[in-house]
Design a protein around this ligand. Structure first.
Ligand code: SF4
Length: 376
């Protein structure tokens, strides 16, 4: 069982908070698709014939690909993917791109899940973030996808925006809940180095949301979504029953995946590979039939730290028997020793063979996870 990730590094405009690899130059789109197909041919063997169960086309903005480019890409994917076995095929879309015609093209392809970067249902927030859609446009895009038969739709929301009130956030959540979608990912706004948002902060033009308000927003998110029947299965992810994101879950469950395209990462259980975050350099290398990734062989400690970082983000937590089977005794001893004070004060728990962060501990999960880390 394996996953396939494809990175599409094109966006029509850039949002102020974004540090993902993407650019607005569409002139290389055709060459890029050719490079993706060639890279797939060169690297499919890395999956050692494991069937591809999940496909995720992310970005960037994959819905900026023309219908012809998407069709070319899927024709090539079909050489390697048995779509009967690929349970989940997701594409990230910008609401503005989802015209009836574009959705009709998506419906001709084996895409069964749409992930929409909506971020907010408040037009002032959207303008501030430099998103190119409006709240109304986003709601209409969801309705068009549903009318076309999509019954597995995820949206992304951001909270903790400068000047955002708890009431405004509640309105966002309630709007999301009124739309009949299956999955919601919600993240606190992060001020990433090198972004326009960070420059505004450094110039004193925006002020970060204070920690207490951000926590209150997170608490409200969990409560309202759970009341509405969404299960929080990961720190930032909520789903209706059986609508958890299978592809993302495989990142948290140690499933191997191959990542194609500029800035894409791959993982095979022992090694991580990183493609360059440079679209033209990526195309150039692949056109010369060269793989261009950097490789990192994971040490025992890296694999232990990765387990903490990924599994403790999930509500299920760490399968203790599996952890003991895969990790050295001194690392497991460290895990229990460092978890003990958190268990004592109710931020972690052990039950049913799992070690996990409790609801109470969720609000300080980053510091709990880093306490359990081992530094070499
Ligand atoms: S659309 Fe997505 S990838 Fe593109 S700039 Fe905005 S946040 Fe970044």
């Amino acid at each position: 069982m394996a996953g396939l990730y494809i990175h599409i590094p094109f966006c029509r405009t850039r949002c102020i908070y974004c540090d993902f690899h993407s650019g607005t130059d569409m002139s290389v789109q055709e060459q890029y698709i050719g490079a993706l197909c060639a890279e797939l041919d060169m690297r499919i063997a890395e999956l050692q014939e494991a069937p591809i169960h999940t496909l995720y086309i992310g970005g960037g903005t994959p819905s900026q690909l023309s219908p012809a480019a998407l069709q070319q890409l899927f024709a090539h994917l079909s050489k390697y993917i048995d779509w009967q076995q690929c349970h989940e095929a997701t594409i990230e879309c910008n609401p503005d791109d989802l015209s009836e015609e574009y959705i009709a093209t998506l419906r001709t392809l084996p895409i069964n899940r749409i992930s929409m970067g909506i971020q907010s249902f408040d037009d002032n927030d959207l303008r501030f973030l430099r998103r190119r859609h409006s709240a109304q446009g986003a709601m209409e895009a969801i309705a068009r996808c549903q009318a076309a038969g999509y019954d597995n739709i995820s949206i992304d929301l951001i909270y903790g925006l400068p000047r955002q009130s708890l009431e405004a956030w509640q309105k966002n959540i309630d709007t999301a809940l009124s739309l009949g979608i299956q999955h919601i990912s919600a993240y606190a706004l992060i001020y990433e180095e090198g972004t326009a948002l960070m420059r505004l902060k450094e110039q004193g033009k925006v002020t970060e949301c204070d920690d207490e308000l951000s926590l209150a927003m997170y608490r409200m998110l969990i409560e309202r979504l759970e009341q509405a029947g969404y299960r929080q299965y990961e720190i930032s992810n909520f789903a209706l029953p059986s609508r958890e994101a299978a592809h993302n879950s495989s990142y948290w469950n140690d499933t191997p995946y191959l990542g194609l395209g500029a800035a894409a990462h791959s993982y095979d259980g022992t090694t991580r590979r990183y493609n360059p975050a440079d679209t033209r350099a990526y195309i150039g290398a692949i056109e010369q039939h060269k793989c261009c990734y950097e490789e990192e062989l994971l040490t025992e400690t890296d694999r232990y730290n990765d387990m903490l970082l990924t599994r403790l983000r999930t509500r299920q937590g760490i399968d203790e028997a599996q952890a003991k089977a895969y990790h050295a005794p001194h690392l497991i001893d460290n895990m229990y020793r460092m978890a003990a004070p958190h268990i004592a004060c109710g931020n972690m728990e052990r039950s049913d063979g799992y070690l996990r962060i409790t609801r109470q501990g969720l609000f300080i999960s980053d510091s709990i996870i880093s306490d359990l880390f081992v530094v070499e």
